[in-house]
Ligand binder design. Structure first.
Ligand code: HEM
Length: 132
């Protein structure tokens, strides 16, 4: 029998729990957007965006996507990014976002295997984000 409160005998804790819960997601999303907003390759997409709102939505999204509580009330990935696709959003921009996600988790000392898991979840929305 596993003794931690988040797990039962034959279930693994969610990625959200293993990564460190709300504190870890909060720290990661804050650092991630600092990187995104200072990257000339992609920051034009965020020119007119209220970043406080964006950060709140992204925290809720990743919390849900990593198997934590579902409090995400934003749009689905296809609708959320449709305007950006019209602005030219493409695979290269998506790759830059993936690069910043990975670097963020490395800086926060997330173990490599959890970074791989998180990256694969983020990668799974690529086609929706790009309207494909
Ligand atoms: C792993 C990939 C991605 C995830 C999980 C993600 C997640 C999200 C979420 C949860 C929202 C909020 C939706 C809402 O307002 O209801 C959003 C909006 C947005 N995302 Fe992404 N996104 C991803 C990739 C990208 C990329 C590659 C870019 C640009 C380089 C981008 C730029 C934006 C912008 C500018 C908005 C605000 C759109 C608006 O309010 O009009 N996202 N994204």
């Amino acid at each position: 029998m596993n003794s931690t409160s988040e797990t039962t005998s034959n279930q693994t804790a969610s990625l959200y729990e293993r990564i460190g819960g709300a504190a870890a997601v909060d720290a990661a999303v804050d650092l991630f957007y600092r990187k995104v907003l200072t990257d000339y390759r992609i920051n034009r997409f965020f020119d007119d965006i209220n970043m406080e709102d964006q950060i709140v939505k992204q925290k809720a999204f990743f919390t849900m996507a990593f198997g934590g509580p579902n409090n995400y009330t934003g749009s689905d990935m296809r609708n959320a990014h449709a305007r950006l696709v019209k602005m030219g959003l493409n695979n290269d921009h998506f790759n830059v976002v993936m690069e910043h996600l990975g670097a963020t988790m490395q800086e926060l000392n997330v173990p490599h295997e959890l970074i791989v898991e998180a990256a694969s979840i983020a990668e799974s929305v690529r086609n929706d984000v790009l309207g494909k």
